[in-house]
Design a protein around this ligand. Structure first.
Ligand code: C2E
Ligand code: MG
Ligand code: MG
Length: 718
């Protein structure tokens, strides 16, 4: 045990002299006994002290005023293993040190042994705080010495090797980390340390940074509270982003990771600052793209809805309404087709700019796609305010455009809905504005309409009609009636037009003018048209050889591409000669100038089928269409026939068509012949064939068979 300190020797000496004194004085025997007890107690106390200091983790040494060892613990001996055999009570620490220095136990003393000894002893006798000591085996010992009240010295030793190693690896991790890092004081935000990456990335020099506070690298515009920088680390510190300023004045976005530590005895925070400026820029580009139209840079449908939601919550708060405009350009397709897509794009961009310029900051204009725009007019109290904007919009859209030298004018149709009257959610308002737009377009180009609730009712009715139509197809409830086309000279039936009839369980007969357009829009016309074609061919097969059948074709039926085959099959299945079939088409079919349409028409004609131009005179530029295909028959629209006797314009038109027909070798039929007077005028103008209530309405096959039988009887009799 190194515990035989000088103290126990001292106690033994005192005991011996007491004993001598007691021997001389018998009265002192009692006192001797008491002293023996006291000595025993003192021995016990000393041993307890030894036990106590032995269990401490630090090394402890007690020296007297001359620096001689009195007492030390096991841990002290362990720390200075190489010298522990020299520790003797009464021996001087200075001597142990000198031996150690000569032996090279203290690397810091190498080459300056005397000086080192002097410094060390100075620290020992005039202790002032702590200092570190390095040993040859690489260990670091923290030394703290203090004077005791009796002039001696008490020394503490802590082996801090591991902590030093941890500190060194932290430094390495910090200094050579590719991520810029700073350590700043928690109390004053002064930057205490900075790594190479930060110096390089921020562009300040190291000395400069070490004179700065964290606030100096923060972007001044960015508001933040000191609480974010100081205080304890919390969840929201992780991954937050700050704006920092570099030495050259540029601003960067940085993702910040914070952790708190003690730095050189000070409460401090370490931040790692990852530059995410590029990523943020890319993210905001993506966000911009998700909310804007690429061609015009206007907000898209998504952003429009967000803005609408904003306006709706404003409306709820302050009661201020707004208007929704749906704008659709008229004939934009024509510009695109004739001038090409680049000029079409330019036109859209120019229109977008004009519309934007016409609006206020608080209004929104969005491109919904194609040639469709939507506008939100903020703060609309009365419909008149929307009317005024509407008029301005139509006017500026209508002004001519100079598209790289091509002068173009274009119109638009606009539908308007008003919040809160026409709805209080984006879907409803847009739907209603769209419905109004639909009405505006139906009424002609360049028009506008405000939403009315009866429009909604009409749309509902239309939706019901569509559902009923599907059911009618499924249940095969359609009928085909036939209306005679009569020779005006002889009154003889030359052919019969197949007209579809829809007996509806609740609504009686629904006229084709009501459901054919719906069937065309929904594509159901393909099935319906095929049904009429096949039924008409089958029925006509039972008629006399010299009576033809006329079937109406909708433009939609040409789109599928298999019309030719369908006609062939219908004729073959019915056993009807192609020369007995007439197909009626209208001008709208020829509007598109489609290759497919002309090719199909020629192929049908090559089969022997006749092609008639129906409702002639109601379209756009009828004469040019007459040239585009060799028609067999022109049917003059009944609007020119009605009351022809009283209308000299109609007479002139009919006369012109008749003479056109005879010079082109095309047969002319007048539709809608209702009176004897009509008949007389038509005959006088040289018309040879007619159709109308004067002769017969459309009738079912049974009635037609009877009619034809009667006619045959008459003919036979004649
Ligand atoms: P459309 O092809 O011009 O047929 C002639 C229409 O005029 C028929 O009307 C007929 O009933 C009506 N009409 C005949 N004579 C007179 C008259 O003297 N005075 C008046 N005011 N009207 C007369 P409907 O049957 O109502 O058919 C209307 C339109 O529906 C047809 O006009 C045709 O475009 C279309 N349509 C009818 N059936 C079919 C079909 O099977 N397929 C296709 N795609 N369209 C059809
Ligand atoms: Mg017709
Ligand atoms: Mg017609």
């Amino acid at each position: 045990m190194p515990m035989q300190g000088r103290a126990s020797n001292m106690l033994a000496g005192i005991a011996a002299s007491l004993r001598r004194c007691f021997a001389r004085n018998p009265d002192a025997r009692r006192a001797e006994a008491e002293a023996a007890v006291a000595i025993l107690e003192a021995r016990k106390a000393a041993s307890r002290l030894r036990d106590a200091i032995d269990i401490l983790p630090e090394g402890i040494v007690f020296l007297d005023a001359d620096g001689r060892y009195i007492l030390w613990n096991q841990q002290y001996a362990n720390i200075y293993k190489r010298s522990s055999d020299l520790f003797q009570p009464g021996a001087k620490l200075a001597d142990t040190l000198r031996i150690g220095v000569e032996r090279g136990d203290y690397p810091e003393a190498l080459g300056r042994e005397e000086e080192w000894m002097k410094e060390r002893l100075d620290k020992l006798f005039n202790p002032d705080g702590r200092h570190e000591q390095t040993l040859t085996d690489g260990r670091t010992i923290l030394i703290e010495e203090r004077r005791t009240s009796d002039g001696g010295i008490i020394g503490l030793r802590v082996d801090i090797t591991e902590m030093k190693q941890r500190e060194a690896s932290f430094r390495l991790l910090f200094d050579s980390n590719p991520v810029p890092m700073f350590v700043y004081g928690l109390d004053d935000l002064r930057i205490l340390s900075v790594n190479d990456a930060a110096v390089k990335h921020y562009g300040y020099d190291r000395d400069q940074v070490l004179r700065m506070s964290l606030l100096d690298i923060h972007h001044p515009d960015e508001s933040f509270e000191l609480g974010h920088l100081g205080g304890e680390p919390s969840e929201d510190h992780a991954g937050r982003t700050w704006k920092h300023r570099k030495a050259d004045g540029t601003t960067i976005d940085v993702a910040i990771f914070l952790s708190h530590l003690t730095y050189e005895g000070q409460r401090a925070t370490l931040i790692a600052a990852i530059d995410i400026t590029e990523r943020k820029a890319a993210e905001s580009r993506v966000a911009y793209m998700a909310h804007h139209d690429a061609l015009t840079a206007l907000p898209n449908r998504i952003l429009l809805r967000l803005r609408m939601e904003g306006m709706i919550s404003d409306l709820r708060r302050n009661g201020r309404g707004f208007a929704v405009f749906c704008v659709d350009l008229d004939n934009f397709k024509w510009v695109n087709d004739t001038l090409g897509h680049p000029l079409g794009d330019l036109l859209l961009q120019t229109i977008a700019a004009r519309l934007r310029a016409e609006l206020r900051e608080q209004d929104t204009i969005a491109r919904l796609g194609g040639d469709e725009f939507a506008i939100l007019q903020a703060d609309v109290g009365k419909p008149e305010e929307a009317s005024q904007l509407l008029a301005r919009l139509l006017a500026i859209i209508g002004e001519p455009y100079d598209l790289e030298g091509h002068l173009v004018t274009i119109g638009a149709s606009i539908g308007v809905s008003l919040a809160p009257n026409d709805g209080e959610d984006p879907d409803r308002l847009l739907k209603n504005a769209d419905m109004a737009l639909y009405r505006a377009k139906a009424e002609g180009k360049g028009g506008f309409r405000f939403f009315e609730s009866e429009m909604d009712a009409r749309v509902q009715a239309r939706r019901r009609l569509e559902m009923d139509l599907r059911a009618a197809i499924k249940d095969e409830v359609f009928e085909v009636h036939y209306q005679p086309l009569v020779s005006l000279a002889s009154g003889e039936v030359r052919s019969l037009e197949a007209l579809i009839r829809w007996p509806h369980p609740d609504q009686g007969m629904i006229p084709p003018s009501e459901f054919i357009p719906v069937a065309e829009e929904t594509g159901l016309i393909a099935q319906i048209g095929l049904f009429v074609l096949r039924r008409a061919c089958a029925d006509a097969a039972l008629w006399p050889e010299d009576v033809k059948v006329a079937v109406n074709l909708s433009p939609m039926q040409f789109k599928s591409g298999n019309l030719l085959q369908a006609v062939r099959d219908a004729l073959k299945d019915a056993g009807l000669s192609p020369t007995r079939l007439e197909l009626e088409i209208t001008e709208t079919l020829l509007l598109d100038k489609s290759e497919l349409v002309t090719a199909t028409l020629h192929a049908l004609r090559a089969l022997g089928v006749h092609i008639s131009m129906d409702d002639f005179g109601t379209g756009y530029s009828s004469l040019s269409y007459l040239r585009s295909f060799p028609f067999d028959k022109i049917k003059i629209d009944r609007s020119f026939v009605h009351d022809i006797g009283a209308n000299t314009d109609s007479q002139a038109i009919v006369r012109a068509i008749v003479s056109l027909g005879s010079s082109l070798g095309i047969k002319i039929t007048a539709e809608g012949v209702e009176t004897e007077s009509d008949l007389a005028y038509l005959k006088a103008e040289g018309c040879t064939e007619g159709q109308g209530y004067l002769f017969s309405k459309a009738q079912p096959q049974k009635a037609i068979l009877a009619l034809l039988a009667k006619q045959r009887g008459k003919k036979a009799a004649a």
